[in-house]
Design a protein around this ligand. Structure first.
Ligand code: GLA
Length: 676
């Protein structure tokens, strides 16, 4: 299988199932409920290490054999996890050095999960062993839909094993200690190293750490975890299992992985996505997670986990409601997910996450919650034609790209930047939200990627840029591309060394501007620009060298100086936004720019009425997903049929608020929103 080819015959529906937490009578009830809801996939083994290997080297698999027999008889397939995210007590007793160490030197103890030191040889060996063992026993099982390696890689270790591995990683990256000293600016504060062996992970220290050391440690940690994942994959392959391999990424709150390089090592990308807002922004968040996962995967992807019941926000869980839960599931599928999988199947009676939502709530199958799950199962069954892949081209056509790279996330987490209120994910998400609000499809773009499909590219807070990345951007613009660059982009090179001579140094020539001072605004203060738009958080003392001024500052000492500029380069143009634009200003300017470039929404007029429209391409057909988040009925006309209701849309299909439809259409068939 090549990445981008993951095409199950049906939308995968189900979730994490932990039969080891329950007795066989509950298994019977579970299987009866799974049949009722048309569940076709479960994920097994995620945290089952102590059940599979209760003492070192003694493997107990009869319970799993029995579970597989039962689900196979019920026609249910499975992802099988390697349980390495939660080593059992015997392991940590025997190998206390394999527990992770915090920057302050605290060695964590057993009692939760994810307590592993990724570079500890004993941990790596035990992980390889159990991965191999599972592959030997289950690797050719006909119901195996894929290997779910580990769970949400992401524990950082600052202990002695990490120290040695970090030193070796640095030696490979820099070659000589002189090169590292230059890249890290170790002349500052007397940090000059004579040997790689003197370097430690960034640990608790008297004052600020070196930012270059901090970001390299994040890169190293991602690479080290990736190496551990690849080892598991190789064990599985070495015993002949050819089932697709994935590991579940996690969004949105933390990010310890560089997803593009991780995607290269998997057959399909999978994502755990937990919403963090209950307002209308939850729907925009679904689209954001989906567009990232599809872009990382380079096509279809697997939604491995979501919360069935509610959204956790402000310290409480807010129920989603059946229609909304269904619209969210369809929102992921519209943008390339081949699944609707959940954490978890049955709500736990005990253990740390006993209050986390599940498909089967504590109150059981005779509940409105489970009725919604059954409704969802019926809907997903009718979506089987959607999972077939188009013969060529993308799943979702998009002319807009947003650059994504974990380096920028990590760079903005280094200490003592000009403002401590900077967040890469907030900037990128706000940019994506603007296009979502306009109904315009978006891809995320890997640095140095082929941009021939994208006419508009946005760089949001892309703080570090390498030489190659700068050249790539210049070529995009020269060749006719439209580039938008926001503040905090291009200030530094990949070692977080500021490019001097004026901000943003890496892009100064391309943008035709020169900034002298970065002037963050006090929290809560809003300023107005000369075009009437508002800005918050950030301003710059800027002059143009070879660009026109689209909007000027109007306040204080910056009054009448450039705020937003545009330069022409070759056949293209580049806009620089030096002010921290508000969401409204961002929405307005990006949708106006898209309109100027002739980049249209999927269904013009829909987004304004709360109707989300996404066109997913499949084999010989398009599927138009219509998700109605708005408050008044809408009618859409297209020459096709709704897969959900069976109704024709040829004369117009009416959607009430909260409803959804998935129209099967001829490729590129026209679609219209009718006036009510
Ligand atoms: C993660 C994990 C699950 C569970 C959920 C709860 O995504 O993978 O095991 O803890 O979070 O939201």
């Amino acid at each position: 299988m090549t990445r981008g080819d993951y095409a199950p015959a049906q939308v995968l529906f189900g979730g994490d199932w932990s039969p080891e937490q329950w007795d066989p009578a509950t298994w019977d009830e579970d299987l009866a409920l799974m049949r009722r809801a048309k569940v076709n996939t479960v994920t097994l083994g995620v945290f089952s290490w102590s059940a599979l290997e209760p003492t070192e080297g003694a493997f107990v698999t009869d319970w799993l054999d029995e579970i597989l027999e039962r689900i196979t008889a019920a026609g249910i397939g499975f992802f099988l996890a390697t349980p390495t995210a939660s080593p059992p007590p015997w392991f940590t007793r025997a190998h206390p050095d394999a527990l992770p160490v915090r920057p302050d030197g605290t060695r964590l103890t057993h009692g939760s999960r994810d307590t592993y030191a990724i570079s500890a040889p004993a941990y790596r060996e035990a992980s390889r062993r159990i991965a191999r063992r599972l592959a030997e026993r289950y690797g050719d099982h006909p119901g195996l839909r894929g290997w779910h390696l580990h769970n949400e890689y992401g524990t950082l270790d600052h202990g002695p094993h990490a120290e040695r591995a970090f030193q070796a990683w640095l030696a490979r990256r820099y070659g000589t200690i002189d090169a590292l000293n230059r890249a890290w600016t170790t002349a500052f504060w007397s940090q000059g190293y004579a040997d790689f062996a003197e370097i430690t992970p960034p640990r608790a220290t008297q004052y600020l750490p070196n930012p270059a050391q901090a970001i390299d440690f994040r890169r190293f940690s991602s690479d080290e975890m990736l190496a551990a994942m690849v080892e598991q994959r190789e064990e599985i392959r070495s015993v002949g299992s050819t089932a697709p391999v994935t590991t579940n990424f996690m969004l949105p709150t933390w990010n310890h992985l560089e997803q593009w390089s991780w995607a290269d090592e998997q057959d399909v990308v999978s994502l755990d996505h937990y919403l963090d807002t209950v307002g209308p922004d939850a729907e925009a968040h679904v689209a954001y997670g989906s567009d990232l996962a599809r872009s990382w995967s380079g096509g279809p992807w697997v939604l491995m986990e979501q919360n069935a019941r509610g959204i956790r926000v402000d310290g409480r869980t807010v129920a989603k409601g059946a229609d909304r839960m269904i619209r969210h599931c369809l929102g992921y599928i519209a943008r390339g997910s081949q699944s609707s999988l959940f954490f978890q199947w049955r709500q736990s009676a005990g253990g740390s996450e006993q209050w986390h939502g599940a498909l089967v709530p504590h109150a059981g199958g005779d509940t409105r919650g489970f009725a919604a799950v059954e409704r969802l199962g019926g809907i997903l069954e009718r979506l089987a034609p959607v999972t077939a892949l188009p013969a060529d081209g993308p799943l979702v056509r998009s002319e807009v790209g947003i650059l994504w790279h974990a380096d920028a996330w990590w760079a903005l987490e280094t200490p003592d930047l000009p403002s401590s209120h900077l967040s890469y994910s907030a900037e990128v998400r706000a940019t994506h939200r603007s296009f979502w609000r306009a109904g315009i499809p978006v891809d995320f773009v890997r640095p140095l990627a082929d941009l021939s499909a994208h006419r508009l590219l946005v760089l949001a807070a892309q703080y570090p840029l390498s030489d190659a990345q700068v050249t790539w951007l210049e070529e995009f613009v020269e060749g006719g591309g439209e580039l938008v660059v926001t503040y905090l982009s291009g200030l530094a090179d990949e070692h977080l060394r500021i490019a001097t001579g004026g901000y943003p140094g890496r892009l100064r020539e391309l943008l035709g501007v020169r900034g002298e001072e970065l002037l963050p605004l006090p929290a809560g203060e809003r300023i107005t620009l000369s075009d009437g738009s508002e800005a918050e958080g950030w301003t710059e003392l800027l002059e143009t060298t070879d660009a026109e001024v689209l909007a000027a500052y109007t306040h204080g000492e910056l009054a009448s100086l450039p705020a937003i500029t545009r330069a022409r380069r070759g056949a293209g143009r580049v806009t620089y936004v030096s002010a921290g634009w508000t969401q409204e200003a961002r929405d307005q300017r990006l949708s106006a720019l898209a309109a100027e470039l002739g980049i249209s929404p999927t269904l013009p007029g829909a987004a304004e009425r709360g109707l989300e429209a996404v066109r997913r391409r499949s084999a010989g057909a398009d599927h138009l997903f219509l998700l109605h988040h708005g408050a008044a009925p809408v009618t859409v006309r297209a020459d096709g049929q709704d897969l959900l209701s069976g109704d024709s849309a040829t004369g117009g299909l009416r959607l009430e608020p909260g409803e959804s439809a998935v129209l099967g259409l001829a490729p590129d068939a026209p679609i219209t929103l009718l006036e009510d």
